[in-house]
Ligand binder design. Structure first.
Ligand code: DX5
Ligand code: ZN
Length: 222
């Protein structure tokens, strides 16, 4: 693992106007960000509903952002390919969805897309350990998935650090992403613990353009 991997601030589409997603993506891109986090929820794995492959396809045609698609689906294996074909750059699926997760990750990578594995706050880091050599990103949820605007769980910082240390010990090459309640202050703690991708919805949206730039700069990101 490289310590020189550039940190990324990834605004979350969830926090923007869902009736005007193209404008949201254009704003994120024009303000200098490189990634856009896209939360896909099915009403089963999580109680909320959001976006589908068509949303990703339309975003793809409107922006050059790296589309970081977070599948909160009970059955990611049935849908991952559709998101890849729609133009996602990275697709993450949750380890809690069961034994077929390894096949899902392999299927995503076979389509020349990056693959990530996500874990909920109450899922121990050990649950993803056997997949660390097969992923491009590990997504650590720092709130219960499903809704934006929740408070960051500080007890997740240790989990981030454990995964970072395993990355170093195993000489793995995945990115380590934090998602949920991330703001300028706790993002710094996550950075110190080893995270290098910072998803921010509510906190990001509340800032003006200068505040967003300062948030990114503070992390060493664009
Ligand atoms: C929550 C989602 C997050 C969400 C974060 O289930 O996975 O990506 O957009 O939003 P904030 O930053 O408001 O917690
Ligand atoms: Zn997310």
């Amino acid at each position: 693992m490289t310590d020189d991997r550039k940190p990324i601030l990834a605004p979350s589409l969830l926090a923007f106007d869902h009736a005007d997603l193209g404008t949201a993506a254009a704003e994120v891109e024009s303000e200098g960000r490189e990634w856009l986090h896209v939360d896909v929820m099915d009403g089963h794995f999580v109680p909320n509903l959001t976006f589908g492959p068509q949303t990703v396809m339309d975003l793809r045609s409107k922006c050059g952002l790296f589309l970081d698609v977070h599948l909160m689906l009970a059955n990611p294996s049935s849908h991952a390919e559709a998101f890849v074909k729609a133009g996602a750059n990275l697709v993450s699926a949750h380890v809690e969805t069961g034994v077929s997760i390894g096949e899902t990750l392999a299927a995503i990578r076979k389509l020349d897309c990056q693959a990530g594995i996500a874990l909920n706050p109450d899922t121990p880091a050990e649950e993803v350990r056997s997949y660390l050599g097969e992923v491009d990103l590990v997504l650590v949820m720092t709130v219960e998935p499903g809704f934006g605007g929740q408070s960051f769980r500080k007890d997740m910082v240790e989990k981030i650090n454990v995964l970072h240390r395993w990355r170093e010990i195993g000489r793995h090459d995945f990115r380590l992403e934090v998602d949920g309640g991330v703001n300028f202050d706790n993002a710094k703690l996550c950075r110190e613990a080893g995270a290098d991708v910072f998803v921010a919805g509510t906190a990001y949206r509340k800032l003006d353009v200068d505040g967003r730039a300062a948030f990114a700069r503070g992390l060493g990101s664009s």
